[in-house]
Design a protein around this ligand. Structure first.
Ligand code: MN
Length: 202
């Protein structure tokens, strides 16, 4: 099938465009993902010794996502797929860095295409939740909440499709400095919430 379009420019945010995302892998034939291996994101994991032990032997890919260069304009929508690989660092599951939006009052939608995981939410006042994600489920990330996706499946990647206001910006620094109040860890083969011993009130 072909688009009926007078000027088929890729990534044309002025006139519209299409892009493929595979429902299982989240990959696109038109855009490579940005990679976040353990060596780059190891500071997000609570168990630093476990991270260092892994890094002595290998540098596993923790997650990857699309950056489609949508203009950071109030009326535009940034979107793409995020893929968190299966695995753990110590007892903690592989996960994304997590961020607030720089424009804190900005929500986001994630739609789970494949896998099993959680979206960890936390606002500056300390309200939090961890919402389960499975293929076919969408999660609404409210304005003012930091969000992080966590893969709890031992084998399959967690693949989500996200959309947010393109001028929202990413504040990774607050989470990098303070951490989340809670961690999602595996105990007896099950996901469990654990108070983050290194959480820093900021
Ligand atoms: Mn976001």
């Amino acid at each position: 099938m072909t688009d009926f379009n007078t000027d088929n420019m890729p990534f044309d945010c002025e006139r519209g465009f299409t892009i493929d995302f595979d429902l299982k892998s989240g990959f696109s034939s038109l855009k490579e993902t940005s990679l976040r291996p353990l060596s780059v994101v190891k500071g997000i994991f609570s168990d630093e010794d476990a991270a260092d032990t892994i890094l002595k032997k290998q540098d596993p890919l923790i997650y990857e996502f699309h950056e489609l260069s949508v203009p950071e304009h109030a009326g535009d929508l940034a979107f793409g797929c995020s893929k968190v690989h299966p695995g753990k660092v110590g007892k903690e599951y592989y996960m994304t860095k997590g961020h607030f939006h720089t424009v804190l009052d900005t929500g986001e939608v994630y739609y789970c295409l494949a896998g099993h995981g959680y979206m960890m939410l936390e606002n500056p006042e300390g309200d939090w939740s961890a919402l389960e994600l499975r293929s076919g489920k969408a999660v609404y990330v409210p304005r003012r909440y930091a969000h992080r996706s966590i893969n709890v499946d031992p084998v399959e990647p967690l693949v989500t499709f996200f959309v947010f206001r393109a001028d929202a910006g990413h504040d990774y620094g607050t989470i990098a400095q303070n951490g989340y109040r809670n961690l999602l860890v595996e105990e007896n083969g099950e996901p469990r919430i654990m108070v983050n011993p290194k959480w820093n009130q900021g």
